[in-house]
Structures are given as structure tokens and as C-alpha cells.
Design a protein around this ligand. Structure first.
Ligand code: M6R
Length: 596
């Protein structure tokens, strides 16, 4: 996610801004910039690290400024796409976090009115839209502009010849730092801790006006509101993690937002047919590594069920050894980083074989995006923990949306089916939130696993790959040996390994696999292996057969991977925590694997 800072006071603003931006570096970014107000607005920005931008930064002397670290979402990482952006006359400049969904339509109209754009970003339309509405009262212009905008944002805005900064938010964090004779606004308290620990949290649709002397918060109807400052006693490290002990846990808890953002920025393209304009390919092949490969396996079930397209899945490292079928499938390449060497090699091979290619990635402008015909961006925000969590869940969202698009394109889904599918997708942030709310229960269930040397993870149908992922997550961060199995395979070998010291985790949603899963649970318990079953709320039968249960909200069978995934992520996290493991940086692993 991008980082924002605004400062107004007696200090040299660039010094405060650079210091604050460096505190926000941990969030991940690809470019950085500052704007300083004076008799004109001076802007300096560049692609790459803050130090690159800093090395050529002129001596801007003003005490009012804004700064930004950008994580590209709309438009590749580049100098023109870096923030801040100024209006046509250079009277106002702003920085923005979030997504403006209807920016293309607004941009078209503004261009007709004579506005000139210099970037590919959605953000730049905001500054021009505010300019259009600015007849002297900047706060009113901001309100008027935002009434035309659909999307999410945290915006910080300054104007020339003024020590006033304006800021507002919708579904993006924004916090004001209160100083003596100076004030701050930032996306994250981490940026403020060197200067103040007294903060005001801004709520959605409120507008904040700051100058060195005072801070005023206006509610959405323009009435000033009283807010009591909060005192922050986090260390910088705690603040970076938003109060969570590890980035992994923070990222697990960010999933409702990550799902919402991924849906929001892709649903329109899916429903209007702008994604995959041709859907008449004979089959689909999905290629990926690690966690992304598990998402691919889930995708196979969804695509075959919903879109009725034959789908195969291959490990990226194995794809090159195939000769390539005579028919030309759509090849979908999944990589959260977009930099995994094996997946890049597979993308090149797919094109060499003459296949249409589509990438699913979380990183705008990553190498993979340049190797394929079309890109689907997940909007999970940067993931810092090596173990993929929120990027996995948003890859699932991507695959469900692609299934929806292909199903629609091939007429295998009726209007009613599409509507029902859509509404289940929109319900997922709430479903995931409710699993997160039950994290103390999940933590308690770790008693069964924490001493084990080996653990089996069993599931059927669409939850078989989810259990593969559950096992990978656990082994990666807790160093416990874990194996995922299709539950039906148990008696073909692994049963020989079960005993009282080898617990089993079983996915038992109440769906068409339920009875068979219950038999598997009984089969395992009969070999003295204690079973931790994950089922739907209200399921009393499960308690009768399993040693322990975790209950998650009931959803239609096709959507059960979502709550079960979150329960498994929490389970791995709490086991690893109890074992005192290095959760965010497991030994021998890297966040992106750039060698074959
Ligand atoms: O960036 P990618 O999605 O291509 O990465 C693929 C794997 O390296 C990755 O999923 C890995 O398995 C994760 N550490 C799992 O948590």
C-alpha cells in the first residue's frame, strides 16, 4: 500500500517528509515524491527508492508539504505516474492512496474540457476534478469533486501561498498527528512517531483542515466535530505492524479489505466483458508455483463447475517439459510477485506454443505483466510476510471472477446464476471477518498440534487443494512436517503412518463430501490419530466424531475455501507463534523466487 505524509509547521518540510516516508518504506513502494507549497508549488518525484528521489531533491525551503510512496495499482511504476500531482495551473497538488473506480469516465470528460494529463493514474483525475470545482473555497471543491467519484481513498491536498493542508478518507487509513505549533497527517502512525504520539483518527468522509496552529475535522455535512486525541505508546516496530505482533497476522486480518478491493477494481471489467474479450478457447491451463499453484487447483474446480471449460493445472517448473497439446488452451499464469522465474519461463513457453496468456498478479508492472497478453491484478496491497496469505485469497477471488466471465461469455451461466454468484462474492469480506473474529478459538485448538512432528491435512473436492495449502502454510512457518491429502487417498498409503502422535486436520463443510469426510474422520480416529475438524457453524454432529472442532460461517459449497483458508492460516500462525518461530521470515525461504 502507498504511504502518505503531510506537514505544516516551522520545520523544513522536506526533512520531515523524507524522514516520515522512510518510516513508511516497510509497506513496499516503487516510487516516491514530495510537493512543497510557497509562492508556487514545487514538485519532485522519481521511480525507485526514496534515496533515488532524495539524491536529486533541490533545496525546497517551505514549511508546508506533502509526500508519498507509491505502490502502483493504476499505471506502471514510473516517474510520471509517481505522486504528487498538480492541477493545470499549478495551484494545488495532492497525494492519494486507494482506487478511483470511475476515473476513465471522469478523465474523458475532463480532457474534453481542456485538462491535460501527464500520467496513466487514476489519482491525477482527482486533482483536475478539484480544480474544475475550485471557485475559491478549496474544501467545498474537494467535497464537490468527491461527490462525483466512486472508489476508496485517503487524500492529502495542499495549495500554493497557504499553510493549510486538507485531507480526507474513505476506506483507507488516515491519521492526524498533533504537534506544538505544527501538525501532521499520515496514512500510518509510524510516520509520525518521531514527532508526536498524540493523534486524531479520521473517519470515512470527514474532511480535516490543518495549519500549524490548529486542526479542524468536519463531518460529511460540513459541521466541525470534537474528537479526543489518542495517545500512541507503540514502538516504531509495533506501529509498522499496526499493533499486530507479526506482518503475517496483520496480513491475515487485512483480507476482508483485500477481497473488497480486488472485487471492486475488477468486477466492472468482468461484467462488461472487458476482461477476456474472447472466451471461445477449447480449454484452460493454469500454471503456477507454491501457494499460487494451490490457488490454481481451486481454480480448476471453479472453472469446470461454473464456466464448464475443461481445465488442467501444471506446476510452472514442469510446464516446459510437456510437448504442448495440439489444441491451444488459454494459459493462465498465477504469481503474486510476478517475478517467479519458473512462472516467467512458463509464460514465455506458452506464447511460443501460440497460446493466449493471462496473468494473475499482485504487482503492477512486474516482469510477468510484460510477458502475457492480458493481466488481472489482485489488489491485496504489498505482502511483507514470506508466507502468502492475503495474496492467496485474492488469487482465489481472481479465479472466481474469471470463471464468472468465462461462464457468461460461453453462456454456461444464466442471469440468475450470475446474480447469485456475484452476491456470494460480495458477501465474502463479511464471512472472512467473522472467521477472524473467532481467532481465539482457533488459537486454543493449537494445543492439539503444537507438539506434533507430522500432521496430515485432509479434504475432498474443492477443499483438497485448500488442505494442500494449509499443510504448506504450516510447514513453511512452523517447520512441522505436514502433508495435504485428498481424503479418499488415505487408505492407499498414508494410513500406515497414523498414530496418537500424528494429528490430522480435516475440512468437513456440510456439502456433498460431508458423509465421506465423516467416515474418513472416524477411520483416522480409529488409528488413534486425534482429529481437528473444520466445519460449518451449527454442525453438532462433527463434535461427536472429531477430537476438536473449529466452526466457520456456512456458505454455499463452492465458496467454502474462503472461510476454511482463513481458519487454516490462523492455525498455522498460532502454532508457529507458540513454537517461537521466525514467522515473517522463515529460514531458507525468500518472498520471491527469482531463480529456476
Ligand atoms: O510470487 P509467486 O506467487 O509466484 O510465488 C510462488 C511461491 O514461491 C510462493 O507461493 C511460496 O510458495 C510462498 N512462500 C507460500 O507461502
Amino acid at each position: 500500500m502507498c504511504g502518505i505524509i503531510g506537514y505544516t509547521g516551522p520545520r523544513v518540510a522536506t526533512e520531515v517528509i523524507l524522514d516520515a516516508l522512510k518510516k513508511l518504506e516497510y509497506r513496499g513502494y516503487d516510487s516516491a515524491g514530495v510537493a512543497i507549497s510557497g509562492s508556487s508549488i514545487q514538485i519532485h518525484k522519481d521511480k525507485g527508492e526514496i534515496s533515488v528521489m532524495e539524491s536529486t531533491l533541490p533545496h525546497f525551503l517551505g514549511g508546508v508539504g506533502i509526500g508519498h510512496t507509491r505502490w502502483a495499482t493504476c499505471g506502471k511504476p514510473s516517474k510520471p505516474n509517481a505522486h504528487p500531482f498538480a492541477d493545470c495551473t499549478g495551484s494545488i497538488a495532492l497525494v492519494h492512496n486507494g482506487i478511483i473506480e470511475n476515473y476513465a469516465e471522469i478523465k474523458r470528460k475532463l480532457i474534453e474540457d481542456g485538462h491535460i494529463f501527464t500520467s496513466e493514474t487514476d489519482t491525477e483525475v482527482l486533482v483536475h476534478l478539484i480544480e474544475k470545482h475550485n471557485h475559491g473555497d478549496l474544501r467545498q471543491a474537494l467535497v464537490a469533486a468527491l461527490s462525483e467519484v466512486r472508489g476508496t481513498y485517503a487524500i492529502v491536498l495542499l495549495q500554493k501561498d497557504s499553510d493549510r493542508i486538507l485531507a480526507t478518507r474513505k476506506e483507507n487509513p488516515l491519521v492526524v498527528g498533533l504537534g506544538v505549533g505544527e501538525n501532521f497527517v499520515a496514512s500510518d502512525v509510524t510516520a509520525l512517531l518521531n514527532y508526536t504520539n498524540k493523534v486524531l483518527y479520521v473517519m470515512d468522509d470527514e474532511i480535516v483542515e490543518l495549519d500549524p496552529r490548529k486542526v479542524t475535522i468536519y463531518d460529511p455535512s460540513g459541521i466541525p466535530v470534537e474528537r479526543k486525541p489518542s495517545l500512541i505508546n507503540w514502538s516504531a516496530d509495533e506501529a509498522q505492524k499496526g499493533g499486530f505482533e507479526h506482518f503475517m497476522l496483520k496480513e491475515i486480518f487485512e483480507q476482508p479489505e483485500a477481497i473488497r478491493n480486488t472485487l471492486r477494481s475488477n468486477l466492472e471489467a468482468v461484467e462488461s466483458g472487458n476482461l477476456l474479450s474472447k472466451t471461445d478457447f477449447p480449454s484452460i491451463k493454469i500454471v503456477a508455483c507454491g501457494t499460487s499453484y494451490h490457488a490454481a487447483l481451486v481454480g480448476k474446480y471453479v472453472l469446470e463447475k461454473v464456466a464448464k471449460v475443461p481445465t488442467t493445472v501444471e506446476l510452472a517448473s514442469e510446464y516446459r517439459y510437456g510437448s504442448g497439446a495440439k489444441e491451444h488452451p488459454l494459459v493462465v499464469l498465477i504469481s503474486q510477485s510476478g517475478e517467479t522465474a519458473d512462472t516467467l519461463a512458463a509464460a514465455r513457453e506458452a506464447r511460443r506454443r501460440g497460446c493466449q496468456t493471462l496473468a494473475i498478479t499482485n504487482v503492477v508492472g512486474s516482469t510477468l505483466t510484460r510477458e502475457v497478453d492480458e493481466v488481472f491484478y489482485t489488489r491485496a496491497g504489498p505482502e511483507i510476510g514470506v508466507a502468502a496469505t492475503k495474496t492467496f485469497i485474492t488469487q482465489l477471488i481472481a479465479l472466481y471472477l474469471i470463471a464468472m466471465r468465462v461462464g457468461d461469455g460461453r453462456r454456461s451461466l444464466s442471469r440468475d446464476d450470475l446474480r447469485a454468484f456475484r452476491s456470494e462474492l460480495l458477501r465474502l469480506p463479511q464471512v472472512v471477518r467473522s472467521v477472524l473474529d473467532s481467532s481465539p478459538q482457533v488459537e486454543e485448538a493449537t494445543d492439539m498440534l503444537v507438539e506434533a512432528r507430522d500432521i496430515f491435512f485432509l479434504g475432498r473436492n474443492i477443499n483438497f487443494p485448500i488442505m494442500l495449502e494449509g499443510a504448506l502454510k504450516l510447514k513453511e512457518i512452523s517447520y512441522i512436517h505436514a502433508e495435504g491429502y485428498a481424503a479418499g487417498e488415505l487408505k492407499h498409503g498414508p494410513l500406515a503412518l497414523l498414530d496418537s502422535k500424528t494429528p490430522t486436520v480435516a475440512a468437513c463443510p456440510r456439502d456433498h463430501t460431508y458423509d465421506k469426510m465423516l467416515s474418513n474422520v472416524a477411520e483416522v480416529q480409529a488409528r488413534d490419530s486425534p482429529v481437528l475438524a473444520i466445519g460449518f457453524q451449527g454442525d453438532r454432529d462433527l463434535e461427536q466424531v472429531a477430537s476438536k472442532v473449529i466452526l466457520v460461517p456456512e456458505v454455499p459449497p463452492l465458496f467454502s475455501p474462503f472461510p476454511i483458508t482463513v481458519a487454516l492460516q490462523l492455525l498455522s500462525y498460532y502454532v508457529a507463534k507458540r513454537k517461537g518461530c521466525s514467522i515473517d521470515k522463515p529460514k531458507n525461504l525468500a518472498k520471491s523466487v527469482t531463480v529456476e
